[in-house]
Design a protein around this ligand. Structure first.
Ligand SMILES: [Ca+2]
Length: 162
């Protein structure tokens, strides 16, 4: 005849076995979840949802911005000592004064018509990347002192620094 103690021990053994089984089940669920996450990541890579993107200003696309690339800012990068600015580029536009109604300049950007004394600076800014759009965004009328001042600011902002 089983004593009360025997029955209690049997009950305790069953409860322990049940807890152990639940623990194993929880481990199996966790392992399956981790495997699923790993498979999702692998699938995402295989599907091309990840990509390596070169930083803006990395002209040769090697993954970093080196000195003399368009993204290089000598005031905040490297030894923070800026080298000499490149020599100014002289842009020669052919002027034709043979026709009636004054002179015409071949190749003069539309943004620089009527720039008067600031024509050379205007052409210089227009020759830089994004220059024509910047010139069109100026709120001042060409030929005015405010226009010339805005051109000087644009010249400084668009001038390459090395
Ligand atoms: Ca680079």
């Amino acid at each position: 005849m089983r004593t009360f103690l025997d029955r209690a021990r049997t009950l305790f053994d069953r409860a322990t076995a049940l807890l152990f089984a639940l623990f194993l089940l929880a481990l199996a669920v966790l392992a399956a979840y981790a495997m699923g996450v790993a498979l999702d990541i692998a699938a995402a890579d295989a599907a091309g949802r990840t990509a390596t993107v070169a930083p803006h200003g990395d002209d040769n696309g090697d993954g970093r911005i080196d000195e003399d690339e368009s993204g290089w800012d000598c005031t905040t990068m490297g030894n923070r000592r800026c080298g000499p600015a490149p020599a100014p580029v002289t842009i020669v536009l052919p002027v034709d004064c043979t026709g009636p109604g004054g002179c015409t300049v071949e190749g003069l950007p539309a943004e620089c018509r009527n720039a008067r004394d600031a024509t050379v600076l205007c052409v210089t800014v227009a020759s830089r990347p994004g220059g024509p759009a910047l010139l069109r965004s100026l709120p001042h009328r060409p030929g005015t002192p405010a226009y010339a001042a805005a051109l000087r600011t644009l010249d400084a902002e668009t001038h390459p620094r090395y």
